[in-house]
Ligand binder design. Structure first.
Ligand code: ADP
Ligand code: UDP
Length: 239
């Protein structure tokens, strides 16, 4: 019998009959302000899952170790069960979002080199900023583990920035999460979709990510569907 382990803001995690395998269900909902704002969007789970599955398959093909096993259906995947690091690894290529508001900058300036920020995953604490020594003090990861995860973030940025560029989108920033498999290996986990990255149309600078919901700019599902169509095209050409 399958057991529901967790219902999050965007996905459900089900324990399958295999101890090391989870079934992920992408939900038709979007949240903002750490879950305080929540709305239903038909088709959003399907679009986010399709994008994330394509991105994970592309990363795997290019040598990144991930939790992804396979896409099961429109809204479902099978993934390797991980013990998650309670950390969010944010990489920024362009000034946007909280980086702009925190430092009083206007959005849109390309950063001279990617900015790397880690946040401590805690809804109660509103995901506070955390640095390396505090991560060690809290016992959430070792120096070596943090180095390894940041090095994967850099490789992911190096692979996805040109991929999205080919698809006519600028990869402004993104958030990654990592977990430990039962054999101890650290892998990229969670998802990669416009829920956790910013994508701007290169020509029009139109937002093509969750900011369309946060800022009431356009239809969320339609926007994600456009990202999917563009990605599918470049990934097909890459084959
Ligand atoms: P949130 O927890 O932020 O509301 P989601 O709705 O996306 O986010 O829930 C998915 C949860 O599953 C996240 O807490 C994420 O850290 C966790 N997770 C992602 N991949 C795995 C995995 N392979 N094994 C175990 N947990 C995972
Ligand atoms: N992000 C995320 N989950 C979070 C916070 C941020 O996926 O809990 C992503 C967000 O979508 C963006 C990047 O991380 O791509 C940087 O987000 P920022 O710190 O600017 O915060 P935001 O303005 O998105 O709340």
């Amino acid at each position: 019998m399958e057991k529901l382990l967790y219902t999050g803001k965007a996905k459900q995690m089900w324990q399958t009959t295999e101890p090391d395998v989870l079934r992920v269900v992408y939900l038709d909902q979007a949240t903002a302000l750490n879950g305080k704002k929540k709305e239903r969007f038909a088709g959003k789970g399907k679009a986010a899952n399709a994008i994330s599955s394509l991105v994970f398959q592309y990363l795997i093909k290019n040598g990144i170790e991930t939790h992804f096993i396979k896409k099961l259906s429109d809204n479902e995947d099978l993934v390797k069960k991980c013990e998650m690091f309670p950390l969010e690894f944010v990489t920024r290529n362009v000034v946007a979002g909280h980086f702009a508001s925190r430092y009083g900058l206007t959005e849109g300036k390309k950063l001279p080199e990617p900015v790397e920020e880690t946040f401590y995953k805690s809804d109660q604490l509103d995901d506070p900023f955390i640095n390396e020594s505090a991560s060690i003090a809290l016992g959430v990861a070792s120096h070596d583990e943090l180095d390894k995860m940041w090095s994967i973030c850099r490789r992911v940025n190096g692979l996805l920035t040109p991929l999205f560029e080919k698809a006519g989108m600028q990869l402004v920033d993104f958030k990654l999460e990592f977990g430990r498999l039962s054999n101890g290996d650290i892998v990229l986990a969670d998802e990669f979709s416009p829920d956790n990255c910013r994508l701007w149309d290169i020509k029009t600078e139109q937002h093509m990510d969750k900011d369309v919901y946060r800022r009431k700019l356009a239809d969320l599902t339609q926007t994600y569907d456009q990202v999917l169509v563009r990605l599918q095209k470049v990934i097909m050409e890459d084959k």
